[in-house]
Design a protein around this ligand. Structure first.
Ligand code: COA
Length: 424
């Protein structure tokens, strides 16, 4: 039995943040019914296409293990179907622009009236406040949540990160809220609203930077390399380049081949308990007893020199050799892995973290599988659905429609044309 066996999700999500959440719930075993506009579907189906007429990787990689129902929820018949679905689902998840669900006629009050046990989970860009009505995409959240102002180099502009902390990060937060609300409902019998704002989600992931903002009031941030370089701090947390962000200083260092390979680098951490091993490995045994280098506080003003010296050693090895030597000595470090290397990494394939999936219109593709491993409920990744692939199956199987009712809904134009060939 899967962990969320028996939980049915009405998935009204689109683009990335909401679909990340419902994909996770589907991987954990929930029956996820993705509601999409007839003929159009989730906008990402057609975005960044690599193959003509096939659902994009953008869509396929965020919508595994779901069923697709096409439904025009602005059509009166479509609205009735949606009401029935709300009545038969445990959770409704949406990430429309603020107010869209109300405009569709489904306020929280109305939804509760239909099904008092339902959990309504929403992602918005901002929580209540001056920006609550704004539409938000990933990088807006990164910029307004504190990530961009603290990412990049001190002498350069703010930077966004490739990790989708605004969209996928908030989707993760929402999924946890939903699971907690389901647990609460088991105890109380009541549903509730779960909301996660992207700005809040990003700020949560940047909490160490709010930590540093407050530490700044009591003196310079000594683990930031600008401290050792004698650059004064102002009153806000600066961009820290590749500084570690924790109590153990680290930096990205060049390895053999860096001149031609943009990823021939390693992240090296000068963890204090293994400092003596580091000195031996890099050929600086005299640093073990030199008071300028022997202790972590003594090294803080000299981090640039320390890392330059370590780099002179890492440049004589490739990044995997550095990893091997350091691991054998218990020194924490990590090679900078390219997406190509990750896609080809056998151990990630073996654990189901990278999965190859077959799709009827696009053929084989790779996706990231469930990073959360449950010992009793393993995830089997199932390809994303074609638009409307399961419309009839859902209307009959979940809502119990007979031929006549189905025909009535179909002729109203509420579900459009289903793509049944996919199931064949
Ligand atoms: N049938 C009929 N209408 C439907 C429908 C369906 N099945 N599904 C959606 N719609 C309608 C909505 O009701 C809405 O109509 P309205 O504007 O007349 O009220 C319309 O489609 C568009 O929805 P909207 O959410 O405004 O889409 P958008 O493309 O303009 O904006 C976002 C996209 C992502 C910017 C916006 O949805 C948003 O800010 N979401 C919250 C934050 C978020 O999740 N952002 C990250 C996305 S990765």
């Amino acid at each position: 039995m899967t962990a969320l066996d028996g939980v049915r999700i009405l998935d009204f999500t689109h683009v990335q943040s909401g679909p990340t959440c419902t994909q996770l719930l589907a991987w954990l075993g929930a029956d996820v019914i993705k509601v999409e506009r007839p003929g159009v579907g989730d906008i990402t189906r057609g975005q960044l296409r690599d193959l003509p007429d096939a659902d994009s990787l953008y869509f396929t990689m965020l919508n595994s293990n779901k069923r697709s129902l096409t439904l025009d929820t602005k059509n009166p018949e479509g609205k009735k179907v949606l009401e029935k679905l709300i009545g038969s689902c445990d959770v409704m998840v949406e990430n429309f622009a603020p107010g869209a669900l109300d405009r569709m006629g489904f306020s929280w009050d109305r939804i509760q009236e239909i099904n008092p046990r339902i959990i309504l989970a929403s992602i918005k860009g901002f929580g209540p406040g001056p920006y609550e009505d704004c539409k938000v995409y990933e990088n807006v959240a990164q910029c307004t949540g504190g990530a961009a102002s603290t990412t990049g180099f001190r002498d350069g502009p703010p930077l966004v990160t490739g990790a989708q902390i605004g969209d996928s990060g908030t989707g993760l937060h929402l999924a946890l809220g939903i699971v907690a609300a389901l647990y609460h409902r088991t105890n109380t019998g009541r549903g509730q609203r779960v909301t996660a704002a992207m700005q809040d989600g990003v700020l949560n992931l940047c909490r160490v930077k709010l930590r540093d903002q407050q530490r700044l009031e009591h003196g310079p941030l000594k683990e930031y390399s600008q401290y050792g370089e004698g650059v004064p701090f102002d009153d806000t947390v600066p961009r820290a380049g590749n500084d570690s962000g924790g109590g153990q200083p680290g930096w990205i260092l060049k390895c053999k081949g860096w001149e031609t390979d943009p990823n021939a680098y390693v992240y090296f951490i000068t963890q204090a308990p293994v400092w003596e091993k580091i000195c031996d490995v890099i050929g600086k045994p005299e640093w073990k007893s030199d008071p300028d280098y022997a202790t972590a506080p003594a090294r803080l003003p000299r981090l640039k020199e320390v890392f330059d010296t370590i780099e002179a050693w890492t440049m004589t090895k490739d990044k995997f050799e550095v990893m091997e030597i350091c691991n054998a000595n218990d020194i924490p470090c990590g090679p900078i892995l390219s997406m190509k290397e990750l896609a080809e990494e056998p151990s990630l394939r073996a654990t189901g973290t990278v999965v190859e999936v077959d799709h009827p219109t696009r053929g084989k593709y790779l996706t990231v599988g469930n990073p959360i491993k449950l010992s009793d409920s393993p995830t089997e990744v199932v390809r994303s659905p074609l638009l409307g692939e399961h419309s009839e199956e859902i209307l009959r199987g979940v809502l119990g429609f007979d031929d006549e009712t189905l025909e009535q809904v179909r002729s109203s134009g509420a579900i459009g044309e289903a793509r049944r060939e996919a199931a064949e």
